[in-house]
Design a protein around this ligand. Structure first.
Ligand code: PRP
Length: 180
């Protein structure tokens, strides 16, 4: 088993590149079936999701699609919780589009909850979510449960395949779990 030491923490390989490939293909096959004859717009939530998104869209079969990118940050305002700030704003019109939001991980679901509301307000026909990882135990927003999930995970710290540790290690080809 491969291991990584990063910033004083010890990580062990959890999903190998082969397992990730199988997960991605399973998600891609379901999306290919569901979006047959449609022209979805994939909205990739930077930064973490770029690796998964690159593999996912290449694993689709016969889906005519577009891909675009956003970067958001949730912050806590004085009177309202979880305001969404667009660091890289949406560059595409989502009105009357079938939107597939692509994430590396859904945790509390706040980001997805707000993005879905945002895209719906902009006139999206549908808003579904594909996420490489999903933490069901952490979900606080029921409408943020991803429609397509590569792998479920309990509340553990994971890195690699797009997931970072203070900005680093996104380039690892596997997903590693911290070892207590
Ligand atoms: C992560 C992840 C999701 C969000 C999930 O992004 O990529 O966008 O957090 O958390 P939530 O379900 O509780 O909203 P992060 O802010 O770490 O940015 P990054 O993708 O650039 O690493």
């Amino acid at each position: 088993m491969r291991t990584i030491d990063e910033q004083g923490y010890h990580f062990e390989e959890w999903l190998t590149p082969e397992q990730i490939r199988a997960d991605v293909q399973q998600v891609a096959d379901r999306i290919s079936a569901d979006y047959k004859g449609k022209e979805p717009l994939f909205v990739v939530v930077l930064n973490g999701a770029f690796v998964f998104a690159a593999d996912l869209i290449r694993a689709l079969k016969n889906v005519r699609c577009e891909i675009t990118f956003i970067r958001v940050s949730s912050y806590w305002g004085m009177s309202s919780k979880g305001q969404l700030e667009f660091i890289v704003p949406l560059q595409q019109v989502v009105d009357q589009r079938d939107v597939v939001i692509v994430e590396d991980i859904v945790d509390t679901g706040l980001t997805i909850h707000q993005l879905k509301a945002h895209f719906r307000a902009l006139g999206a026909t549908s808003t579904r979510v594909a996420s490489m990882l999903f933490k069901p135990n952490k979900l606080e927003y029921e409408d943020s449960k991803p429609d397509y999930v590569g792998h479920e995970i309990t509340d553990e710290f994971v890195i690699g395949y797009g997931l970072d540790f203070d900005g680093f290690v996104r380039n690892l080809d596997a997903i590693y779990k911290v070892k207590e």
